[in-house]
Design a protein around this ligand. Structure first.
Ligand code: PEP
Ligand code: MG
Length: 562
């Protein structure tokens, strides 16, 4: 698809898939004025008219978008238009203009007043302050003659470009029109990446400043599998690639588990969940069970440790969604970016390298044993066919693995450990004999292998699960797993990437656990390759010099199978 006028910029691909459409930028929020005056004797009526004209334009645009949208998106847009037309807000702006403020500054003051009121009321009212600020920003931009901030109006198809996306920007994102997301900042675990995975649209993050040189209206070809944005791409080849991708997406929608390769090699596909609600949603997907239940996420705002009975109730809700299946419960992974007030130390110089995960229980074993008691209690009520596996996060040594496994077995629980510290992968032969299974956490394994903070957008090029160094640690873990007859799963973001899932299968991973929305894509991809082809893919990935080279080599080898 090389073309003389073609140029490509690279970022980190987080959701595979291609799109060919015009770029549209999400405009940044306007800087708010801190002053601005008029002579109230002379100009207050005309200034207020200027405000009302801006209000009419903004409300009209939102209503136009509402008419073109459906369902919840239409409701959100209609409600936002209603807020723009709110008479109480207009009155407050008018009052401010009469004291000598210009329309922009008067709008800021009037909005602040309502925001304070809503925040004091709390609950649902407080949640509306984001919408109110959004309305303020749209009106201020209109008053200044600037582009409307937030999501632009899109009639046909478009690729959305942004510095980064906020949750509010994505609430009404309509995949009928938006065919891919590309951001300057962000990383594989940023909000943009999570939303893109949920919507299942191609996504590239961390492209860097070069992205801002591409203007709205430029035709771009986006390839999420390799993280490339191409300008001047060949039209015929791009359109063909998009048609093939859509055909594939349709096949994914049709895919039904359980997963196996073309030649019948079984791979268990499981879901990652945070609570009972996510588990219920996962039970509607093709996931066979739960491969990672992140228990700590239920306790992030708890000030006191819930009792054993209370915890058992919470865990029971997750078990209920998969009454007869395998559920892997991870014990508290508190600390680092997930502080829990009753469990973690309040200040550490380097929390990601500090007392997190299983390490917390060294000085507080009762915290762990109460959680294991609660898991055992909830598991007791499960069907006989169901299996409940328990694993510890951040295991680094065989002593830790042995100690944890002992506590689990005293309670009749199947014991495992996450392999997310490079030492655990390297010492797998000493760790595994104590365990029934291991699950590789590629998010942290990548962070610690590459010595790169997984939350840093600047280091997204390092925190890429395609890093051959990480794949080599996974390969070693799988070899030791086979020798010890210990099941090896992967439950980090790597398992959500269909291409990488084939590589992991080739390395010998037995189960893959990912966001439930990713399961069908992974299953459909595995169905198209044989185990021997997966092994070929893993060889080329292991041999690559960089994550980009690994991805490209795997995509090329995959194409050669067709
Ligand atoms: C991981 O580190 O890959 C993992 C699955 O755990 P978490 O993302 O919760 O740290
Ligand atoms: Mg982890």
């Amino acid at each position: 698809m090389e073309n003389a006028s073609e140029s490509t910029i690279k970022g980190t691909g987080v959701v595979a898939g291609v799109a060919y459409a015009e770029a549209v930028w999400v405009r940044p929020r306007p800087a708010l004025p801190t002053e601005g005056s008029i002579d109230p004797e002379q100009a207050s009526d005309s200034e207020y008219d200027r405000f009302l004209a801006a209000v009419d334009t903004v409300a009209g645009r939102l209503e136009q978008r509402a008419a073109a949208a459906e369902g919840q998106a239409a409701e959100v847009l209609t409600a936002t238009a209603g807020m723009v037309k709110d008479r109480g807000w207009h009155k407050a702006v008018r009052k401010n203009i009469r004291t000598g403020r210009n329309a922009e500054f008067a709008t800021v003051g009037a909005t602040d007043k309502f925001v304070t009121m809503f925040e004091a009321a709390g609950g649902v009212m407080a949640e509306r302050t984001t919408d109110l600020k959004d309305v303020r920003d749209r009106v201020i931009a209109e008053l200044r003659g600037e582009d409307e901030p937030g999501l632009p109006l899109v009639d046909g198809e478009a690729v959305l470009f942004a510095d980064d996306l906020a949750p509010a920007d994505t609430a009404t994102l309509d995949t009928k029109h938006i065919k891919a997301l590309v951001t300057e900042l962000g990383g594989p675990t940023s909000h943009t990446a999570i939303i893109a995975r949920q919507l299942d649209i191609p996504c590239i993050v961390a492209v860097g400043a070069a992205l801002s040189d591409i203007e709205s209206g430029t035709l771009v070809f986006v390839d999420g599998a390799v993280g490339a944005v191409t300008l001047g791409a060949d039209e015929e080849a791009s359109t063909k690639a998009v048609a093939e991708y859509r055909e594939r997406a349709a096949r994914v929608a049709q895919w039904r588990g359980p997963a196996e390769t073309k030649d019948g090699h079984r791979v268990q596909l499981l879901a990652n969940v945070a609570d009972g609600n996510a588990a219920r949603i996962a039970s509607d997907s093709q996931a066979e069970g739960i491969g990672l239940y992140r228990t700590e996420l239920s306790f992030l705002s708890a000030s006191e440790e819930p009792s054993v009975d209370e915890q058992a109730k919470i865990y029971g809700k997750v078990f209920k969604a998969f009454p007869e299946s395998k559920v892997v419960v991870r014990t508290l992974d508190a600390g680092s970016d997930k502080p829990i007030s009753y469990a973690t130390l309040s200040s550490e110089e380097n929390p990601a390298l500090g007392v997190r995960g299983l390490r917390i229980a060294r000085d507080n074993e009762a915290l762990l044993t109460r959680q294991l008691d609660a898991i055992a209690q909830a598991a007791e009520a499960r069907d006989d066919k169901a299996s409940t596996w328990v694993m510890a996060p951040m295991v680094a040594t065989s002593t830790e693995a042995q100690w944890f496994a002992g506590l689990c077995r005293e309670r009749g629980l199947t014991a495992g450990a996450m392999i997310e510290v490079p030492a655990a992968a390297l010492m797998a032969d000493k760790i595994m004999p104590h365990l029934d299974f291991v699950s590789i956490g590629t998010n942290d394994l990548t962070q610690y292998t590459m010595a790169a903070d997984r939350l840093s957008p600047q280091l997204a090029y390092l925190t890429d699960p395609w890093q051959p160094a990480v794949l080599r640690l996974i390969q070693h873990t799988c070899i030791v797993g086979q020798a010890n007859n210990v099941a090896v799963g992967v439950c980090g973001e790597a398992a959500a990437d269909p291409m990488l899932a084939c590589v992991l299968t080739g390395l010998g991973v037995n189960s893959l656990s990912a966001a439930s929305t990713a399961v069908a894509g992974v299953g459909a991809q595995l169905a198209e390759v044989t185990l021997e082809q997966c092994q070929q893919l893993s060889e080329v990935a292991l041999d690559a010099e960089s994550p980009d080279a690994a991805r490209t080599a795997v995509v090329e080898r995959m194409e050669s199978f067709a």
